[in-house]
Every structure is written in structure tokens, then in C-alpha cells.
Write a protein that binds this ligand. Structure first.
Ligand SMILES: NC(=O)c1ccc[n+]([C@@H]2O[C@H](COP(=O)([O-])OP(=O)(O)OC[C@H]3O[C@@H](n4cnc5c(N)ncnc54)[C@H](OP(=O)(O)O)[C@@H]3O)[C@@H](O)[C@H]2O)c1
Length: 338
């Protein structure tokens, strides 16, 4: 008989209420995988997009997966079994991962569950200085900030542009982070500071105290004044919000500076950027255990902190998704699976 576990599954696309806490078969692993007993799993925007059937995309790109499916990419937990080829990890190791992304973008990576199958290439030892809730909050947001700002870490084709994204040295530069209180934004602020940049953080006022604490040099409340009319001669803008009007940042960037778009869909400023000699670049985050091990050292020694917006028991994943839909997230929303 198949071993069972608790998981949050969906049997149809829709709003937060389609998430059902129920029994599901425990995943089986192959030779290069480990089975992780999940202690915590965090929410990321792709979880909400997939729950909703990627309605934001044109109909021909809508997924048609086999239901039921299990959302979630980011986990922290403990290894409960290893495949026969696995030598670098052992049963009992505490680990964290962003699981099979973007490989399983349209089917779900199965993290909202008591057990998840993780390829060792996606896996790193959990930084011992943080607990499972914080570690689960890190992977996708941390890897996104890392791959945009520090090291791309792979040579896979870029789905958004014909050239590879290339991070730039930030020491002594002025970096503006838009969406600085969010999952990607709050980690990008800290990574840019760690690299020696002066950081302008753009966020609503509710995040001001936090961003001061995280070392932002200047904080601009976009609800009071448009940041791009206040900031001048910025070397790099990292827009961790997306949506309409991303090109408005171009005038506050100096010539030969750069605009990095974490969510590039809808950007229409390529001509103006070329005229102003500004590089516009984006990339899609990819699972990478080696980078999680490297960036994890910053979590371990406290140079980078994962901020938790809220935690919910796994059984209340619907409530967690409702919180995410309200927006104005500060750091990460995490499901407690322990
Ligand atoms: N390229 C990739 O591979 C990749 C990877 C991860 C995420 N993403 C994308 O990046 C975006 C951010 O992801 P996330 O996980 O960081 O989301 P998140 O945690 O929801 O953070 C978004 C933040 O943006 C702020 N915000 C909303 N409207 C704003 C505005 N008009 N101006 C300035 N700030 C605003 C929000 O707070 P306040 O309004 O309170 O300031 C919130 O803190 C999403 O669109 C996601 O899909 C892309």
C-alpha cells in the first residue's frame, strides 16, 4: 500500500478556496532525489498564478495539467530518504530548496505537503543560524535577488530576451530597489548593501522602520511622491514590482546605467532606453542548490535576514493565499508544516 501524507491540493483552478487540505500519496524518489520531510513551505507569486490557471497569460499559454496538483516551490525540512546515487546528503540532514523551478512551473513543484521529492541539484544544507520558517521563506526570493544582482549561475536560454542576463558590480554604486518591502525586494536591498552599494528603497510607509533596520540609505514612499521624480543619477534600478509603467524609471538612471526588471511583462521602454544608453535586462529565476549554499552563508552570519510577514498552518493555505492577494506583503508568507 502507498504511504500517505497530508498535502494541500487543487482539483480545479480558481481563488484561494480551491486549495484543499487532504490526504495524498507520499512522493516516490528516483536515484538522484531525496525525500524531504517538510517543516515549512513559503508562498511565491507563481503559486498564486498557477492556482488561478495563469489567467494573466494569453489563452494559448494556459496550463492543462492533470489534477489534483500541489503548489509550492520553497521548502525547508529534513531528509527522510535518499536515492541510490545520492552521496552528498544523508538522512537527517536539515536542508532547504527551491524545487524544480521553472521546470514544474505549469504543474506545481509539490511543496505544500508533508513530504516533497527534491533533486539534489536544487538542494542545500539549511543555514544553521536560521529556523525552518525563515529558511523556507528564502529560496525563490533569495535566488532571484542573487541571480539578478550577484551571479546568474547558469547558461540556459533566457525566456524573456535573446541575451543572457549579466549582474553588474555594485560596489560604490547607487541602486534603487522598487518594491523594497516585498519578498524579492527586502533581500535585494540587503544583498546590494552587502555588495557595497548605496541603496534607495522604494516602498509604502508601512515598511519604513524595517528598511531602516535592513540598512537602506534612503527610503522613498511611493504613495506620497513618485520615486522616479525624486531619485537622480541612479546606477541601477531593480524593479521588483512590475506592471504598467516600468519605463518611468528610465529618466532617473544615468547614461550607461541599467534597469533590471524582475517582472518584465508589459515593459515598453526599449527605444527610450537605447536612446538614453541604458541597459534593460531580465531573467527567470532557476533552481540552484549551489547558490543556496553560497547565499546561505549570508543568512548564517546575519548579513542577510529573511523577514516573515505571517505564518499559517499548512491546513490554512487558503487563508495564506488570501493574505497574499491583499498585497503589501512585508517579507514572506510561510506555511508551517511541522
Ligand atoms: N523573474 C523572476 O524569475 C521572478 C522571480 C520572483 C518574483 N518575480 C516577480 O517579481 C514580483 C515581486 O515578487 P515578490 O515575491 O517580491 O512579491 P511580493 O512579496 O508580493 O512583493 C511585492 C512588493 O511590492 C510592493 N508594491 C506594490 N505595488 C507597488 C508600487 N506601485 N510601487 C512600489 N512598490 C509596490 C508591495 O508592498 P507595498 O505596496 O506595501 O510597498 C510588496 O511589498 C512579482 O511580480 C513576481 O511575479 C519574478
Amino acid at each position: 500500500m502507498t504511504d500517505m501524507m497530508k498535502a494541500v491540493r487543487l482539483h480545479e483552478f480558481g481563488g484561494p478556496d480551491v486549495l484543499r487540505y487532504e490526504d495524498a500519496p507520499r512522493p516516490e524518489i528516483s536515484a538522484d532525489d531525496v525525500l524531504v520531510r517538510v517543516h515549512a513551505a513559503s508562498l511565491n507569486p507563481p503559486d498564486l498564478y498557477l492556482r488561478d490557471g495563469y489567467r494573466v497569460l494569453p489563452p494559448e499559454w494556459h496550463p492543462s495539467p492533470r489534477f489534483p496538483l500541489i503548489l509550492g516551490t520553497d521548502v525547508s525540512g529534513e531528509i527522510s530518504a535518499v536515492g541510490e546515487n545520492v552521496t552528498q546528503f544523508k538522512v537527517g540532514d536539515e536542508v532547504y530548496a527551491m524545487v524544480r523551478f521553472p521546470h514544474d512551473l505549469m504543474t506545481g513543484s509539490n511543496a505544500y505537503a508533508e513530504y516533497v521529492r527534491v533533486p539534489t541539484s536544487d538542494l542545500a544544507l539549511k543555514p544553521s543560524g536560521v529556523d525552518h520558517i525563515q529558511a523556507a521563506g528564502a529560496p525563490m526570493s533569495l535566488l532571484t535577488a542573487w541571480q539578478f544582482l550577484v551571479d546568474l549561475g547558469h547558461d540556459e536560454p533566457n525566456p524573456f530576451q535573446i541575451f543572457a542576463h549579466a549582474p553588474e558590480p555594485l560596489d560604490g554604486k547607487t541602486v534603487l530597489v522598487n518594491g523594497a518591502g516585498g519578498g524579492v525586494g527586502h533581500l535585494a536591498v540587503q544583498i546590494a548593501k552587502w555588495q557595497g552599494a548605496k541603496v534607495i528603497a522604494v516602498a509604502s510607509s508601512k515598511h519604513e522602520a524595517l528598511l531602516n533596520d535592513l540598512g537602506a540609505d534612503i527610503i522613498l514612499d511611493y504613495t506620497k511622491a513618485a520615486a522616479e521624480t525624486v531619485a537622480k543619477d541612479v546606477d541601477l534600478v531593480l524593479d521588483a514590482v512590475g506592471g504598467a509603467g516600468m519605463e518611468r524609471f528610465l529618466p532617473c538612471i544615468r547614461q550607461h546605467g541599467a534597469l533590471f526588471l524582475v517582472n518584465p511583462l508589459g515593459f515598453s521602454g526599449h527605444h527610450e532606453a537605447a536612446r538614453r544608453k541604458i541597459t534593460v535586462s531580465t531573467t527567470q529565476v532557476r533552481s540552484n542548490g549551489a547558490q543556496l549554499a553560497e547565499a546561505g552563508r549570508l543568512l548564517d552570519n546575519g548579513s542577510v535576514r529573511v523577514v516573515i510577514d505571517s505564518t499559517y498552518p499548512l491546513a490554512q493555505a487558503s487563508a495564506a493565499h488570501r493574505r497574499a492577494s491583499e498585497g503589501s506583503i512585508q517579507g514572506k508568507i510561510v506555511l508551517d508544516v511541522a
